[in-house]
Design a binder for this molecule. Structure first.
Ligand code: GTQ
Length: 350
């Protein structure tokens, strides 16, 4: 190609315009507008077996009240220091010990919980106490009051751990973060136990329910029901060559996602399943509820077992293999890709 100026002239130009807070586009056009998603984050897996001792050590180091939220954040190794597992999402494992309370607050960031271990804790979302059992999916939508507790001391009380998924990096990017503390450590209970599930969780809705928001009125999706649905479909012989049997958590009032910024799914891979490769633009976090297998991410193999977490970057090929019946929970920023008309998926043909 023909050059109309010397390299020196261009360097001098770049230096001169820098004083006026300008940079030339032509030096970075291809990284700003790449041909396909840049490899900003990398595939990674956190083994619960290795992580749990650190979490229990944190439990001896400080109380839940002292920490406010006693969480070990899983940081994507390609973007350390940003408390992010993908460009837009945050993931951490939270521990609450018997007798502890994580004090009530609310924030504009949306949060999801996927219970990893233990049964003696609960979370309170806008006045309703939600019990936690392994595999349960619970939402804490934007600006809802929430506190967590593990009230059973002694008999029956056990450490409870759950996965937190939040849109913290996204809200930081948007500059839309607000938070406040509740006047009391635990918010008052204003709803009877099980109200949300009874009103919204059985294919029924209160007769005068009017949809005013894109947030699911159902806050608790018990694993028992999710598991039953997936296994019923498996018994009926339904199997997608890429996904196995995959269902998404829905807002029962709109059919949309449970929360406007985070998509959540649960899938069942029968033992021996060898999934085909596919990719999509939404980088996705997986949490293994049951079973063992392998995730092949961008050609790299990650063996998984129950309670492990792994992350699949945007546009990286993924295939899932199960050596025994496996259920995988997953979340991503897919609703944003959909809303903006940006979602792309491609599936390796059968
Ligand atoms: O439970 O409210 O992992 O506010 C990070 C920030 C959990 C929570 C996190 C939070 C919470």
């Amino acid at each position: 190609m023909h050059s109309i100026s010397s390299l020196d002239a261009r360097t001098a130009f770049n230096q001169d315009i820098a004083a006026d807070r300008l940079v030339p586009l032509w030096d970075q056009l291809h990284s700003l507008v790449p041909r396909e998603p840049a490899r900003t984050i990398q595939a990674a897996l956190w083994r619960y077996r290795e992580l749990r001792p650190h979490l229990m050590r944190a439990g001896r180091l400080l109380t839940a009240a002292e920490a406010v939220r006693r969480v070990l954040v899983m940081e994507n190794p390609a973007i350390p220091g940003r408390a992010s597992i993908t460009q837009s999402l945050y993931a951490g494992l939270q521990l609450i010990l018997p007798g502890e309370v994580a004090p009530s607050h609310r924030h504009t960031q949306s949060a999801l919980r996927l219970v990893i271990e233990g049964r003696s804790a609960h979370t309170v979302v806008d006045g309703e106490r939600i019990p936690m059992a392994p595999g349960d999916f619970i939402i804490t939508p934007s600006w809802t009051w929430h506190d967590h507790g593990n009230h059973q001391e002694g008999e029956g009380g056990e450490p409870v751990v759950w996965l937190d998924g939040l849109d913290i990096p996204l809200l930081g990017f948007l500059g839309a973060q607000f938070a406040e503390e509740h006047a009391s450590e635990e918010q008052p209970l204003t709803q009877a136990d099980g109200s949300s599930l009874a009103r919204y969780g059985s294919g029924l809705l209160p007769v005068r329910h009017r949809v005013r928001s894109p947030v699911s009125p159902l806050s608790h999706y018990p694993y028992e029901r999710t598991r039953e649905a997936l296994h019923a479909l498996l018994r009926n012989g339904e199997l997608d060559p890429w996904d196995g049997i995959k269902l998404r958590y829905a807002n029962p009032a709109t059919g949309g996602w449970a929360m406007p910024s985070i998509a959540t799914c649960m899938q069942l891979l029968p033992g021996g399943f060898q999934g085909r490769t596919w990719r999509s633009t939404d980088a996705t976090v997986y949490s293994v509820v049951e079973g063992r297998g392998d995730a092949i991410i961008g050609g790299q193999r990650f063996a998984f077992e129950p309670k492990d977490t792994f992350v699949v970057p945007s546009w990286a090929g993924l295939s899932l293999h199960a050596s025994e019946d496996a259920t995988l929970f997953s979340f991503s920023d897919r609703p944003l890709h959909e809303a903006l008309g940006l979602l792309r998926e491609s599936r390796e043909p059968v």
